[in-house]
Design a protein around this ligand. Structure first.
Ligand code: HEC
Length: 221
């Protein structure tokens, strides 16, 4: 191969690679960013906290040279704090469905309309994967309130208690799941696990809610 042919072949390959990477860059759109939601925190306070986080990175330059591990650890933690800050101020990320729900009932309620609950999957989670039924059914009503009739019981009994005066049924269900000891159903022990805020994601919660809402008959005696 003479030198000229080699060069033009090389140039052709390079432009092919550039062309291909342009095509692939175009065919993979950036991740969708949902519409910004109503700011649920004070803007001045948000700026203040953002400045505090920025201050935590002022030694980054020096640390990156001398103690790389410390620098990266700091970067990682501050990054997480930034995300939390945005979440606390009402930001709803595109991957909200897969994120842990946490225990802030108001925030969960604000995000619930981003997903559609699937009652069949809710039933599977309830009976198998999450084993809610282990207490709510297997115990025959002695360990935990019956699953059957849960929704009617919430509407007709729980929400008529002045304690829940302005509650929606969803709010009662969410609170029962993420903060079970906030209210203990009379005649039961506070036996329900308290970790669901960490382990459930929004999609699973929505599935459980629509499943429980399908339990709209009488409660067994
Ligand atoms: C280890 C036993 C146990 C497990 C597992 C359990 N619960 Fe419960 N749950 C209870 C008990 C006991 C109560 C009643 C006492 C209270 O209010 O915490 C209760 C109350 C509730 C209530 C309120 C019912 C009412 O009549 O007001 C709901 C809703 C509920 N649980 C949903 C769930 C869901 C969903 C799961 C699975 C993700 C689950 N529970 C897993 C024990 C359990």
């Amino acid at each position: 191969m003479n030198h000229h042919r080699f060069t033009s072949l090389l140039m052709a390959s390079i432009s092919l690679i550039i062309g291909l990477s342009l095509v692939s860059a175009q065919s993979t759109p950036p991740p969708a960013t949902p519409e910004p939601v109503d700011l649920t925190c004070d803007l001045a306070e948000l700026r203040q906290k953002q400045a505090e986080l920025a201050a935590l990175l002022t030694t980054f330059e020096a640390d990156a040279e001398s103690q790389t591990g410390v620098a990266l650890d700091n970067l990682f933690k501050v990054g997480q704090e930034y995300q939390q800050l945005a979440l606390d101020c009402g930001y709803i990320p595109a991957d909200i469905a897969e994120r842990p729900i946490g225990t802030d009932v108001e925030r969960i309620l604000n995000t619930l309309d981003r997903v559609y609950g699937d009652p069949i999957n809710g039933q599977l989670l309830y009976n198998n994967e999450l084993a809610c039924a282990g207490c709510h059914e297997a115990g025959g009503g002695t360990v935990a309130p019956h699953t059957e009739g849960t929704y009617s019981r919430i509407l007709d009994v729980r929400l008529t208690d002045p304690l829940f005066a302005d509650y929606s049924p969803e709010q009662y269900i969410i609170e029962s799941i993420v903060n079970p000891n906030g209210y203990i159903v009379p005649n039961y022990n506070p036996a329900m696990p308290t970790y669901y805020g960490d382990t459930l994601n929004l999609q699973q919660l929505a599935d459980l809610i629509v499943y429980l809402e399908s339990q709209d008959g009488p409660s067994p005696e």
